[in-house]
Write a protein that binds this ligand. Structure first.
Ligand code: VAH
Length: 311
């Protein structure tokens, strides 16, 4: 069975939906530290799980007969800079618990990483898997720690640890929380509601981005890839590159020519300035056939507007 931690965040429900379609509802356990809505409960098993409580986590792994863990619980970049202690606790201590319980119970552990592990020293364009990484955000530092500890447990204890570095993930049916790339989701809701948006990044801040379905499909490809196909434990994945201005132009074209955007950069600008605008994902394509469908801002805007306009 599969356990998803941080299941009520931006990605968890989509993972649960896709995995339940493959393995059956009862074999995918969603967990988080919040009480779910009734319809979340109606879709399949949900448990309260605080990853900072090792005993509780071990009990859940045993009682639910978990074989695989998709560990999504994390404090993202912007929230992490506002609350470094919380980010350290969740992203480092919480992950250490997950790592230990996975080792003790011989679980397959997939923990997404982020392009936030890169920095101004890594190169902005087509950044390779093994670039120099010296991030200056607590999020990037804690995610490198996650990657290195996962690789260490894989070498030392033969733990089946797998990770992939997400660009900014754009989803229609779920809200991100506490990220720097969240503007690219907020802008759609704002365009539909008020035909305007106040952007917290500068107009030319070009970043690597990906549509949710490609993120989910790619992650499940890595999760289910045969061990012998993996030449490394952590992979970049990549899909689209755009700036707020380019995204706004496309929204004007496809939504409304008089869509208004203003730019009011805040503390998140510095975070975004240290991140790449595209990642080299040739190893992910080579080893487990990563192949995103949404490759342009035009396709992204079209699918997002069609999904949001229905709600
Ligand atoms: C964030 N959405 O903005 C996350 C992600 C690459 C960005 O890690 O922090």
């Amino acid at each position: 069975r599969v356990l998803i931690t941080g299941g009520l965040g931006q990605l968890g429900m989509a993972f649960a939906r896709n995995l339940r379609a493959i393995y059956g509802s009862d074999n995918v356990i969603l967990s988080d530290i919040k009480q779910p809505s009734d319809d979340v409960r109606s879709l399949g098993p949900y448990i309260y799980l605080d990853i900072l409580n090792y005993a509780l986590m071990e009990k859940a792994v045993e009682e639910c007969r978990i074989d695989w863990v998709i560990h999504l619980s994390a404090v993202l970049s912007a929230l992490g800079e506002k609350n470094p202690k919380l980010a350290l606790d969740v992203n480092i201590n919480g992950f250490q618990n997950i790592l230990e319980v996975s080792k003790e119970h011989n679980l397959r552990l997939l923990t997404p990483s982020t392009m936030g592990v890169f920095s101004v020293h890594s190169g902005k364009t087509n950044t390779p898997d093994f670039a120099v990484m010296r991030p200056d955000t607590i999020y990037g530092i804690s995610k490198i720690h996650m990657e290195l500890m996962g690789e260490y447990y894989n070498k030392k204890y033969n733990l089946d640890f797998r990770s992939l570095r997400y660009p900014g993930i754009i989803s229609a049916d779920s809200q991100p929380g506490g990220g720097t790339t969240d503007y690219a989701v907020d802008i759609f809701h704002s365009a539909i509601k008020t035909n305007s948006y106040s952007c917290f990044l500068k107009k030319d801040t070009s970043l690597a981005m990906m549509y949710l379905d490609d993120c989910i499909e790619g992650t499940l490809k890595l999760l289910t890839a045969p061990e012998e196909s993996l030449k490394q434990r952590v992979y970049n994945i990549n899909a689209i590159t755009f700036s707020p201005e380019e995204l706004a132009q496309e929204i004007k074209k496809q939504w409304s020519p008089d869509f208004k955007i203003e730019y009011k950069p805040d503390f998140r600008q510095h975070i975004a300035d240290t991140w790449p605008n595209s990642l080299d994902d040739s190893n992910a394509r080579r080893d487990w056939n990563f192949d995103p469908k949404i490759r342009s801002t035009e396709q992204l805007v079209s699918i997002m507007l069609s999904k949001l306009n229905k709600n």
